[in-house]
Design a protein around this ligand. Sequence first.
Ligand code: PLP
Length: 407
Amino acid sequence: MSNSFSRRNFLQASALAGAGTLLTSSLEAKSPDMILDKNSIGKSKWDLDTPALVVDLDKMDQNIKAVHTRLQGTGVGVRPHVKTHKSPAIAKMQIAAGALGVCAAKLGEAEVMLENGIKNVMMTTVNVSAPKIMKAMGLRKKHKGFIQAVDNPQNIQDLQDAAKAAGIRAEVVLDIDVIRRSGVAPGQPALALAQMIDKMPNLKFCGILAYDGAVQHVVGFKKRQAQALKTFEPVVKTYDMMKAAGLNMEIFSGGGTGTYDIMSVVPGLTDVQVGSYVFMDRQYMEIGGANNETVFDDFAPSLTVMSTILNNYHPGRLTTDSGAKAFTLNKPTPFVLGEPDFIYNAGSDEFGTITFEKSNKSYKVGDKLEIIAPHCDPIVNLYDVIYGTRGDKVVSVIPVLARGKSQ
Ligand SMILES: Cc1ncc(COP(=O)(O)O)c(C=O)c1O
């Protein structure tokens, strides 16, 4: 761990200014579906049974607002990615703050969002199997705000056939390749597919998406900025070609938490697909931001795992109840708040091992720790609920309704 990534940095990052209405206050309206674990409401987070996933609602509120504040006046909107939180309740807050709609990575996530009151959902992943194509078009038939990503000719034809069979004209966006993970090559290949979609009677071409995943975590703002804009040049040219060809370019979506402010200068870009910004994690905090080279503090770390010490027999070593099934095996290691010298190993399934040369206090069996996760998205997928706190007090229990929706 870098020494610069200290508790003080975290505290600074956490102290983001943010006044005004609380988006998260709706989470305290104790509607029955929100309360899965009634007994936890009113408790201190330090009294929760562990491992427990906790979100600081004040910080999450600030994060949701901060992205809009930063993009104000740029003409670029926000289409948050629900792959991060998998929770319709949080998606509703993002919409209330001005998001254009949300993105989904999996059809199961899209379905949970649409069936729980989120009207506009754009699938950023292609669906190529017959059951998924049927399901996607079924969702579109029921929910007009569903948009499907495509990137290959056979899939375009299959979607056309399924849309025709469903008696609908389905909105689609073309995924443009930026990082050799998904999408069609920019330039002529992309233009040809866009024109193919445009000719399909049961499909409506709505524009493009391009996610620059490989540059999101480039350390150092200037380096990231240069790399992100360079990487995006072929996409911008493709956008221009499509516009010149008279295609409908109502959507030009790209960028994530690491590039949201960089992408705002891209001509024609309609929205950024930010995901992690809502929670943040150790991976993102270490990349540095436009205003702070050491810690990316545009957004505050709102998500933590509460963990319990199970064993303290050995000097310089503690065992916790939070291993890979509480944190995943993502890198870097989990960060224990208040103990910058702790090295946390989440390598065992159910146990975490902490080694240290010095600690700020001595720990007994049963003591609790609060820990920042390496990577927020996969962690959320491990928990049924997230406990919402104000200060230390649990004020809501947020169901992670799309948890485990991996299809
Ligand atoms: C297609 C797509 N869009 C947006 C995001 C959100 O990215 P971030 O969490 O970096 O904001 C992701 C994350 O993996 C993604 O795959």
